[in-house]
Design a protein around this ligand. Structure first.
Ligand code: SF4
Length: 63
């Protein structure tokens, strides 16, 4: 799973949905994937990707 920093506008929706998988970086103001993402249900990551207003989140097939 990855977040495109060029697309993310820092709404924090993904953090609220999956707090172990995402964090808003204090400096850049964009979402950064967290190590906990690997332990987060794929469905939840896909939901976060679906709900991201700018489609900045990509859930890969082998991640
Ligand atoms: S939901 Fe999308 S735009 Fe909002 S913080 Fe997460 S990645 Fe960024």
């Amino acid at each position: 799973m990855r977040v495109d920093p060029e697309l993310c506008i820092g709404t924090g929706d993904c953090v609220r949905l999956a707090p172990h998988a995402f964090r808003i970086d204090d400096r850049s103001g964009v979402s950064v994937p967290q190590p906990g993402a690997v332990a987060t249900a794929r469905e939840l990551l896909e939901e976060a990707a679906f709900n991201c207003p700018t489609r900045a989140i990509t859930v890969g097939t082998d991640e």
